[in-house]
Ligand binder design. Sequence first.
Ligand code: FPP
Length: 225
Amino acid sequence: MNNATHIAIIMDGNGRWAELQDMKRVKGHEAGANVVREITTYCSNHKDIERLTLYAFSTENWKRPRLEVEFLMKLLERYLKKELPEYLKNNIRFEPIGDLRAFSKSLQKTISDVKEKTTHCDGLVQSLALNYGSQDEILRGVNKIKNCEYDITQEMLSNALDCKHNVDLLIRTGGDHRLSNFLLWQSAYAELFFCDTLFPDFTTNELEKILKKFKKIERRFGGLK
Ligand code: FPP
């Protein structure tokens, strides 16, 4: 039996969820933020789950219409400010990943405040991937260590990445079957689950079902049974 200690989620389908109900796309992101809260609380109460990494804004998402990007920035800031007491109450450590320098000073400050104020928490680690792309993360990592006088090892590169932890279970909602530049290095041996549910409709029940299936998978990591 496996335990999924590190779960990563590509939260896709917010826009379609809203459009299906004749609402503006951003309403889907708002609904998605509520699901982030529910899933995070569920994971923080689950004894085996140590880390939850959520793809909230990619390095490619800047290509979206300006108003959608601005809405997402405001939503993130509002979410983090509102959630801080919940993080503390549930002993959740907040660890952002991604290149945060692209964000407004105010959002950067909120992100670093929440990170600092939760550093002592030793329960679930919730990582939000913000202005995150795997290729960008790997490039930044390589540049950090490129002047080392020895050959770069796997361990050195792994430690130079924003996310230093292998993923056990990677879930993508919204029906598409791709990784979209998310945790490519860390997911080398992740089990991949794709579901059609649009993210705002994703529930802890569905997560629980996926966890049950995951438990039964025989993971060989390239070896034999
Ligand atoms: C993809 O759905 C989702 C995003 C680009 C943003 C994810 C953001 C959230 C779930 C809410 C904000 C998060 C926090 C933590 C406050 P899409 O817009 O690409 O959906 P579509 O494929 O239906 O268009």
